[in-house]
Structure formats: structure tokens, C-alpha cells
Design a binder for this molecule. Structure first.
Ligand code: 0VW
Ligand code: ZN
Length: 259
């Protein structure tokens, strides 16, 4: 079966322009639960999203992204492995092709249909997101697995807007959306030091991956696949799917478990 546009033009060639792609703390990884270390010192994470302010939803050519206002600590993640509160900046998804898998992190070699990333930055230590994105403790990304089953009660708020951002470079208003509605019931997690999974692949991410997936329907996931990698003005229309980086070498890193 063909490996798809992203699998050919994406991850395998990134190292040419971004040598850090072969670094010592790259993401995603395969998480092997019985090889993680349970750390009783690891407290629970807290998501203070009640005052969050979503701005828009956009197709940036490699995912669909919902952006947030981040002028203050109105929406932060704190606790767990984090020494400071980290401000919510955006969230986006990674997914597969029809019926095949699309998560970035895998669990004992098994991948999920999709993975949601909520991207936060350390505004206590750094002045801008851009500066934080290059610092070893600059970003905290909360990863949530999506598994197929029944319709997700709230995901339609996102999938109903996707037709507005079909083409790369399109953007539309997306106000008053609180991503708290996309969380599973348990906030138990694995955590490790890693990187952005898309260029520039900076090794600046404290990863917090929730153990419990959320359930979405194949129909809802299918709507992500009507997005395009390509812009409206381009002749070729390439369906946006399989926009995930495969697991990278652990290189001796420890993965800790909240419990
Ligand atoms: N998939 S990821 O690691 O979150 N990668 C990102 N790259 C650009 C900025 C936000 N996040
Ligand atoms: Zn991501």
C-alpha cells in the first residue's frame, strides 16, 4: 500500500534541514507501561481552562489548529512534572487514513486512531512562545489519544467547522471553545522529556500523555480527512491524513507514570 505523501515528503527527510531530528530527546516515543517508573513524588496535573479564550481555527498545511489568547495566565496547566504554570497556546490533532492508525505516541507498539495535542508554554521563565519553544523546559504538551467508537458529544463543534478551513492557509473565527470538553474522565498520565514532533523539532517539550483515550466516531474522524495539505491555488489536491511522526529512539530516557 502506498505510504502516502506525508510519509514520503515528511519525517524521513526532516533531518536534512533539521539535524536535531536525530537528537537524544526526540518525540513521539513508544510507551511501554511496565517499563515506566511510578514516581510517588509526581502529583496530579491541574487544567485551569475555565477562563480560556479561543480565537480561531486554521489549516496550517500539516494539521488543523485552534489558537488561544495567551496574554496572561487565564488558561494554564500546572502540577505533575511542571515547576511552573504553562499557558495554553493552541491545540491540534494528528490522524491516520481510513481505518488505519494515526496517533504519534504508541503504547506497547499499539497506535490509536488519532492524538490531540494541547500546547502550553512557560511564560514564567520566557517572554514569548517562540523563545520558550527553543528552551529545554519551555513547552508542555498534553497528549490525548482518540479511539474510534461512538460519536463524541462535543467534537462536532470542531468537525462542523472543518469545511471552513479545507485548504492550507485558511482560517476562520472560533470563539468560546473550551477544550476541557475533550478530556477523558481520568487525568492519570505518563511523562517524559521530548521534542516537537513537527519541524523545527526543538527538544523543548515536557510531554504529559494521558493514559485514558477519548472515544470519537469513525464519521467524526472522517471529517478531518476532508482537509487538504494543499492550498486553494495549487493544482494538486492532497488529502490531509497520516500527518503523524512515527516513534523515535528512547535513547535511555525514563518515562514516569503518575500512578
Ligand atoms: N506536534 S507538536 O509536538 O505539538 N508540534 C508542534 N509544532 C509547532 C508548534 C506546536 N507544536
Ligand atoms: Zn502535535
Amino acid at each position: 500500500m502506498s505510504r502516502g505523501w506525508f510519509a514520503v515528503t515528511g519525517p524521513p527527510v526532516w533531518h536534512k534541514n533539521y539535524p536535531v531530528a536525530q537528537g537524544n530527546r526526540q518525540s513521539p516515543i513508544d510507551i511501554i507501561p511496565h517499563q515506566t517508573s511510578h514516581d510517588p513524588g509526581l502529583g496530579p496535573i491541574t487544567l485551569n481552562y475555565d477562563q480560556c479564550t479561543s480565537i480561531n481555527i486554521t489549516n496550517n498545511g500539516h494539521s488543523v489548529v485552534v489558537e488561544f489568547e495567551d496574554p496572561d495566565d487565564r488558561s494554564v496547566i500546572l502540577g505533575g512534572p511542571l515547576d511552573n504554570p504553562y499557558r495554553l497556546k493552541q491545540f491540534h490533532f494528528h490522524w491516520g487514513g481510513k481505518g488505519c492508525h494515526g496517533s504519534e505516541h504508541t503504547v506497547s507498539g499499539n497506535s490509536y486512531a488519532s492524538e490531540l495535542h494541547l500546547v502550553h508554554w512557560n511564560a514564567v521563565k520566557y517572554k514569548t512562545f517562540g523563545e520558550a519553544a527553543t528552551a529545554p523546559d519551555g513547552l508542555a504538551v498534553l497528549g490525548i489519544f482518540l479511539e474510534t467508537g461512538d460519536d463524541h458529544r462535543w467534537l462536532h463543534m470542531i468537525t462542523d467547522a472543518l469545511y471552513m478551513v479545507k485548504f492550507k492557509g485558511s482560517v476562520t473565527d472560533f470563539k468560546a471553545f473550551n477544550p476541557k470538553c475533550l478530556l477523558p474522565s481520568s487525568l492519570h498520565y505518563w511523562t517524559y522529556l521530548g521534542s516537537l514532533t513537527t519541524p523545527p523539532l526543538h527538544e523543548s517539550v515536557i510531554w504529559i500523555v494521558l493514559k485514558e483515550p477519548i472515544i470519537v466516531s469513525e464519521k467524526q474522524l472522517g471529517k478531518f480527512r476532508m482537509l487538504l495539505f494543499t492550498g486553494e491555488e495549487e493544482d494538486e489536491r492532497i488529502r490531509m491524513e497520516n500527518n503523524f511522526r512515527p516513534p523515535q529512539p528512547l535513547k535511555g530516557r525514563k518515562v514516569r507514570s503518575s500512578n
